[in-house]
Design a protein around this ligand. Structure first.
Ligand SMILES: Cc1cc2nc3c(=O)[nH]c(=O)nc-3n(C[C@H](O)[C@H](O)[C@H](O)COP(=O)(O)O)c2cc1C
Length: 197
């Protein structure tokens, strides 16, 4: 069926598709206060809880990094850089630490091993939870972004996050008020990734 016809007939579908189309990656440094308040933050995690989850085992969790823990996160970023690069300059270390100060809402997405559910499926479920958060934030009028990187796997970061041996930090999710909107990227053409058997 023609996508335009679906949108004309179903306002809910039109709203959902518009929300999805409007979401775009926003660098945490372009996400300013105000961020989501307590009720909105709760709603973001309710959205995560609605993610598909084979076996319903919730093989993931989120660790929120509040303002008062940003300095500790910054120290972990710097320590992670130092561990990767013994020659990192003080300016490099400072820049690494500064990453922790961006975005009013910042949380770490963590997956957990579970022998009962395949790794692909656990990661997919976390991806769906993340997308739900991004879309819910978009619907509230916020911008959002995901950030990964080597620092997440550094010993200092794992220690700060108190990850268990069977857990892995996948990325940060950041939410806030967009300072400067970027043009959306050109999305891939559906013909390039959909085919008929
Ligand atoms: C797991 C994951 C990790 C990501 N990490 C980063 C990152 O470290 N830095 C970054 O700029 N974008 C990161 N992104 C966002 C992508 O760069 C972004 O989604 C992509 O450029 C497409 O742009 P769009 O989301 O606006 O469509 C990440 C996305 C995913 C799914």
């Amino acid at each position: 069926m023609d996508a335009a016809a679906i949108v004309d007939d179903r306002p809910d579908a039109a709203a959902a598709l518009a929300l999805i189309a409007a979401r775009r990656q926003c660098s945490p440094r372009r996400l300013l206060a105000p961020g989501p308040d307590a009720a909105q933050t709760g709603a973001l995690f309710e959205a995560a809880a609605a993610a598909p989850d084979h076996g319903c085992r919730t093989p993931w969790r989120f660790i929120v990094v509040p303002a008062w823990r940003r300095a500790a996160l910054g120290a972990a970023f710097a320590a992670a850089l130092r561990a990767r690069d013994a020659l990192a300059s003080p300016a490099d270390l400072q820049a690494a630490a500064a990453k922790a100060s961006h975005a009013p809402f910042l949380a770490v997405a963590v997956t957990r091993d579970d022998p009962q559910v395949a790794a692909d499926e656990r990661l997919l479920s976390l991806g769906c939870a993340l997308q739900n958060i991004l879309l819910a934030a978009q619907g509230m009028g916020f911008g959002s972004g995901l950030v990964s990187g080597a620092a997440l796997h550094a010993a200092e970061m794992r220690k700060l996050l108190r990850l268990r041996d069977d857990e892995r930090a996948v990325c940060f999710v950041a939410v806030g008020t967009v300072r400067q909107s970027r043009a959306a990227r050109t999305r891939p053409c559906t013909h390039d990734f959909v085919e008929l058997l």
